[in-house]
Design a protein around this ligand. Structure first.
Ligand SMILES: Nc1ncnc2c1ncn2[C@@H]1O[C@H](COP(=O)(O)OP(=O)(O)OP(=O)(O)O)[C@@H](O)[C@H]1O
Ligand SMILES: [Mg+2]
Length: 245
């Protein structure tokens, strides 16, 4: 569905990635995992046209496009909530800008607020809630976009274990029931194994794929599955070896 080839990005003398390739199958859940500062968020920014690229092609459903801004829903690493808007107004902003039916959008937002444990906080402002709540509100806003592709940059990093598990289930539902194609960044190897069909382990700058593997079997997965424990150890070793060398 998405085919990215020979993507290049530099910031001055710093080469972030060179000839970076990426392929996402329709309705797949692909997870990127790699050291801090390697260029994961930059990759998302380049894909969505937030930051200009220095070269390479992006094709979507066989057609070359300049970026994925109109094709994807993108949750950035920073929550980017507007501080003077209530959480509900923040969530509804994209729908308002797109001129969508506000009654339908409000219903959808109300049900997402409930699903993400934010009901009762609709009129609060971002300055009045916790970091994890801001992250959930940003996720609500992202899910308000009706797009086939969802890009999530560490969407659950600020959450406690229980909320995190519940939102991981929501992401699985999004993939399976709503047939979204998901590309997600995480630092949590267990989260990657729990959710992904495809895991890409990335190196430091210039960022390249150290290894890529496919996970099969029904989801949600059992983390005590010996095969998955082996994969987790393997990813850790790969990242450790890379960092040490
Ligand atoms: N706008 C920018 N101008 C200059 N350098 C930048 C800019 N954005 C990112 N960088 C640099 O690019 C490199 C990659 O940053 P990026 O945010 O993509 O890393 P990351 O893999 O997402 O890290 P983390 O896991 O910590 O979020 C860093 O060295 C960063 O300083
Ligand atoms: Mg990042």
């Amino acid at each position: 569905m998405l085919n990215v080839s020979r993507l290049n990005k530099r910031f001055g003398d710093l080469s972030i990635f060179e000839n970076f390739d990426l392929m996402l199958p329709r309705n797949g859940f692909t997870v990127l995992i790699g050291p801090s500062g390697c260029g994961k968020s930059t990759l998302f920014n380049v894909l969505t046209g937030v930051v200009a690229r220095d070269g390479g092609e992006i094709s979507w459903c066989g057609e070359e496009i300049s970026h994925l801004r109109d094709t994807s829903a993108y949750m950035q690493q920073k929550d980017l909530l507007l501080p003077w808007f209530s959480l509900m107004d923040n969530a509804l902003l994209p729908a308002k800008i797109a001129g969508e039916n506000m009654a339908t959008s409000s219903q959808k937002a109300i049900s997402l607020f409930k699903r993400l444990g934010l009901d009762g906080f609709e009129t609060y402002r971002p300055g009045e809630i916790s970091g994890g709540m801001k992250q959930r509100c940003a996720l609500v806003r992202t899910l308000m976009f009706e797009r086939a592709l969802v890009l999530l940059d560490e969407p659950l990093s600020a959450l406690d274990a229980i909320t995190r598990r519940s939102l991981q289930s929501l992401l699985l539902m999004l993939q399976i029931e709503f047939e979204k194609t998901i590309l997600m960044i995480t630092h949590d190897i267990e989260e990657a194994i729990w959710l992904a069909d495809e895991v890409l382990v990335l190196s430091g700058r210039p960022m390249r794929v150290l290894d890529q593997f496919t996970l099969t079997g029904p989801k949600p997965r059992r983390l005590d599955d010996p095969e998955l424990i082996k994969i987790k150890e393997y990813v850790l070793t790969l990242l450790q070896e890379y960092t040490a060398s």
